[in-house]
Ligand binder design. Sequence first.
Ligand code: APR
Length: 229
Amino acid sequence: MRVLILTGAGISADSGLGTFRDAGGLWTRYPLEEVATPEGWRRDPAKVMEFYNARRAQAAAAVPNPAHEALARLEAALDGGVTIVTQNVDSLHEAAGARNVIHMHGRLDGALCAVCEHRWPAPVRMAPADPCPACGAPATRPDVVWFGEMPYRMEAILAALSQADLFVSIGTSGEVYPAAGFVEEAAAQGIRTLELNLEASRGSALFDEARQGPASTLVPVWVAEMLGD
Ligand code: APR
């Protein structure tokens, strides 16, 4: 059995990390054009850095919840049969013990050189003038994918999706492509699809099955079903 699991901000909501589009979500408090686009970065890198330094500190203080833990348990039990593709930039899947995690929107605990594309572990507080450890250029940025930039490892993701027997979407609104299109991609290939989300997402009707509720409740129940507990 091969499962491709897509996760979004909703899976980390029960760990105290905000979502983007719910009431009080990040994009209701920060103009995303100013803090999550290359234009915003060019206009005011210090402001963007502050935004990501704050999110990095918050994510570093968060702990995995039962949903992250259940997915790590499923991955261990299916021995190579689980691929987690996360839109999240926190590292709670890894903190819960998951190993095969693809961060398609990058990760807060990564730093990237805007000149030579060298990557290294992000310092807790990052500044635009931090010199790149490889080329020395003062061109450090968060290793996250901004609107208008290409998500990471799309080829590997689509290859894993087409090998899957089951596609599961957890905690995402289905508002942002290309992730929002994965369910159609799966359905077109005859792959069974399941959504676990607090409420019906934009793409709910496209899923063979959709369950509503908090991920920290729904995901452990689903994993227990998968493992025949
Ligand atoms: N359990 C399960 N689902 C939840 C929970 C919860 N406790 N709380 C909220 N949700 C659901 C919401 O109903 C919503 O459908 O999680 C989803 C969160 O949606 P968004 O805030 O849009 O987050 P996400 O789908 O991850 O956004 C995708 O957009 O801004 C970009 O790069 C950013 O990766 C992000 C992408």
